[in-house]
Every structure is written in structure tokens, then in C-alpha cells.
Design a protein around this ligand. Structure first.
Ligand SMILES: NC(=O)C1=CN([C@@H]2O[C@H](COP(=O)(O)OP(=O)(O)OC[C@H]3O[C@@H](n4cnc5c(N)ncnc54)[C@H](O)[C@@H]3O)[C@@H](O)[C@H]2O)C=CC1
Ligand SMILES: O=C([O-])CC(=O)C(=O)O
Length: 314
């Protein structure tokens, strides 16, 4: 049988979804189906057509289709869910929980029906809780339900470190653990520049400032934009995760995974280092944490549990 291109569905054709669709196509990771609600069928088709018309200029052969019908996404290999409302200045991600949980359930009913074998990556906020909602609604095995937070949070962290030291971003390595909220845990002890621990390069005061800026990195963009939240770096993060899956790269990337004993948590979805490959989350990597790191992770886990409780009560 002829080799076929991968089929990639992006649900939600707003800022993050549209940007992701374009970046996926530019990297030729597969043909992209961009889906939004029926009331936005024409704008969604228009965005997809506009992107496709960039393909001769940029030289990519991925197809991009805009639709409100999940039938067009039938059999997708990867489904990225960005559907939902975004926060505005003065709001926390958790304020979105009730609206987005309803949207997530209705989207997942369709994904389950039309893309039963897909690997699903969740972006909608509050993303740890939304990954839990998706897992319940989809009924897929845990390796196929993956939340995006850590790639983005780590990207922000590494951006700030590279700016601080005026070195290439390519040489900065780090990890952010925990929930996607203001008490996320950038792991300073596991952060280095070309192998050199950052504690040897940056003062502890400046490291603390970078950690704090990372934790509130999403809010910093929300305040600057005024009417929505970040989308370029979130889209780039989704594309890196999709690439790891469709090319079976076995990248070591942070992702929101269902923990079943790892790090001492059971039944909780939270950001941890994983191996991301052709079978989705192929492994959760467990790091030895010091007491203060464990305490910081526990604080973050507590925030995630509180939001999940709202979901369960709602
Ligand atoms: N986890 C993360 O790191 C990040 C999460 N986000 C979250 O991603 C979500 C999307 O953000 P943006 O794209 O900026 O918002 P946006 O408002 O630009 O786009 C959301 C789109 O979802 C669509 N939508 C709503 N209900 C739908 C349904 N039932 N089916 C299909 N589409 C539906 C809307 O019509 C809209 O076009 C927000 O919840 C935001 O907080 C954004 C950035 C990073
Ligand atoms: O801050 C937000 O609401 C969107 C988001 O999750 C991020 O950019 O990290």
C-alpha cells in the first residue's frame, strides 16, 4: 500500500489553533484539518485557504482544510485541542474551568467517534484539569492523552536564561515541572548551559527573578496583549510535541501525563518529564527531588487538585 501522509486535526481555529495549523504545515508534518464551531465555518475555511495559498511561496505540500465537520478529520493520527475561551487581564487560567470543561467534553465526544485511534494533545486551559476532562471523556489509554504545558514553560525559562547570559538558546537546557499555574516548578538544579550548571553562571538573586518571571510568563503576555493570551510560543510547543509523535523521535519533553505512582502521585494529571514518541507518552521519567523541590511540586499539585475538584463538583 502506498505510503500516506499523516492526518493532523486542530480543533479550535482561534489564535493558537490557526498558528499551530500553519506551523504544522510549514514543517510538512502532515495534512492539517482545522476545525471550529459551525457559526465560524466560513472564517475557518477562509483561514485555511489563506494558509494554503502561502504554500507555493514557502514550498510546503501539506494540505490545510478548514471545516466545522469532524467527518473531515476522520481517522486523524494526531488531534490537537485548542478549543475554548482564553483569559483576559485580571483573570487566572482557573477562571476558565467551567466553560472550557463543557467545550472539552463536547469536542472529545467527536474525537472519540471520528478519531478513535488518535494521539490527543490538549492545550485549552486550565490545561492540567482539561487533560483530565479529556481523558475521562475519551476513554483512551493514558499514553494517548497528553497535555501541553512544560514545553512552553521551559521555552520561556530558557529564553530568559539565554537573555541573561547573552548566549544561544540552543545551549540552554532546563525543565519545568508541575501544574501550568503560577506555582509551577522550574528545576534550577537540572538547568545548564552547554553542561555548565546555571548556578555557576548566574547569581542566586537573578535565578530567583528568572524563576518568578517564568511562573508568571503567561500572565505577562496576557497583560501586554490586552485581549487574549499567548499563541506563537504555545503553537511552537504543540508542533514540537506533534513532531515527536509523528516522527517517533522519542524526545525527552515535559508533558502533562497521568501519574500513577510516579513522584508519589496517584490519579493526578500534571507536568513531568516524559519520553514522547510514536506511542505518545512512552515513559514518565522520574527524577530524584530534594525536599524543597518536593515541597514546591506538592504546592503546585495542590493547585491542580483544587481545579479538578471544581470540575468534579460541576
Ligand atoms: N496550555 C497552554 O500552555 C496554553 C493554553 N492556552 C489556552 O488555549 C485555549 C485557546 O486559546 P486561543 O486560541 O488564544 O483562544 P481563541 O479564542 O483565539 O480561540 C479559541 C477557539 O476555540 C473555538 N471553539 C470554542 N468552542 C469550540 C468547540 N466546541 N469546538 C470547536 N472550537 C471551539 C472558538 O470559536 C475559537 O475560535 C484557551 O483556553 C487558552 O487559555 C493558550 C496558550 C497556552
Ligand atoms: O496565560 C494564559 O492564559 C495562556 C497560557 O497558558 C500561557 O501562555 O502560558
Amino acid at each position: 500500500m502506498a505510503i500516506q501522509r499523516k492526518k493532523l486535526a486542530v480543533v479550535g481555529a482561534g489564535f493558537t489553533g490557526a498558528t499551530t495549523a500553519l506551523m504544522l504545515a510549514q514543517k510538512e508534518l502532515g495534512d492539517v484539518v482545522l476545525i471550529d464551531i459551525p457559526q465560524l465555518e466560513n472564517p475557518t475555511r477562509g483561514k485555511a485557504l489563506d494558509m494554503l495559498e502561502a504554500s507555493p511561496v514557502q514550498g510546503f505540500d501539506s494540505q490545510i482544510t478548514g471545516t466545522s465537520s469532524y467527518e473531515d478529520a476522520e481517522g486523524a493520527d494526531v488531534v490537537i485541542i485548542t478549543a475554548g475561551i482564553a483569559r483576559k487581564p485580571g483573570m487566572s487560567r482557573d477562571d476558565l474551568v467551567n466553560t472550557n470543561a463543557g467545550i472539552m467534553r463536547s469536542v472529545c465526544d467527536n474525537v472519540k467517534k471520528y478519531c478513535p485511534n488518535s494521539y490527543v494533545i490538549i492545550l485549552s486551559n486550565p490545561v492540567d484539569a482539561m487533560t483530565y476532562v479529556a481523558y475521562q471523556a475519551l476513554g483512551f489509554p493514558k499514553n494517548r492523552v497528553i497535555g501541553q504545558s512544560g514545553v512552553l514553560d521551559t521555552a520561556r525559562y530558557c529564553t530568559f536564561i539565554s537573555q541573561e547570559l547573552n548566549v544561544s538558546v540552543e545551549d540552554v537546557r532546563g525543565f519545568v515541572l508541575g501544574g501550568h499555574g503560577d506555582d509551577m516548578v522550574p528545576l534550577v538544579r537540572y538547568t545548564n548551559v552547554a553542561g555548565i550548571p546555571i548556578e555557576k553562571l548566574i547569581s542566586s538573586e537573578r535565578i530567583e527573578a528568572i524563576v518568578q518571571r517564568t511562573r508568571t510568563g503567561g500572565g505577562e503576555i496576557v497583560n501586554l496583549l490586552g485581549n487574549g493570551s499567548a499563541y506563537y510560543a504555545p503553537a511552537a510547543s504543540l508542533v514540537q510535541m506533534t513532531e515527536a509523535i509523528v516522527k517517533d523521535k522519542k524526545r525527552v519533553l515535559p508533558a502533562i501525563a497521568l501519574l500513577e505512582g510516579e513522584y508519589g502521585y496517584d490519579g493526578l494529571f500534571m507536568g513531568v518529564p516524559t519520553i514522547l514518541g510514536g506511542d505518545g507518552i512512552e515513559k514518565v521519567i522520574e527524577l530524584d527531588l530534594l525536599e524543597d523541590e518536593k515541597a514546591a511540586l506538592e504546592k503546585s499539585a495542590d493547585s491542580v487538585r483544587n481545579v479538578i475538584q471544581i470540575v468534579n463538583e460541576g
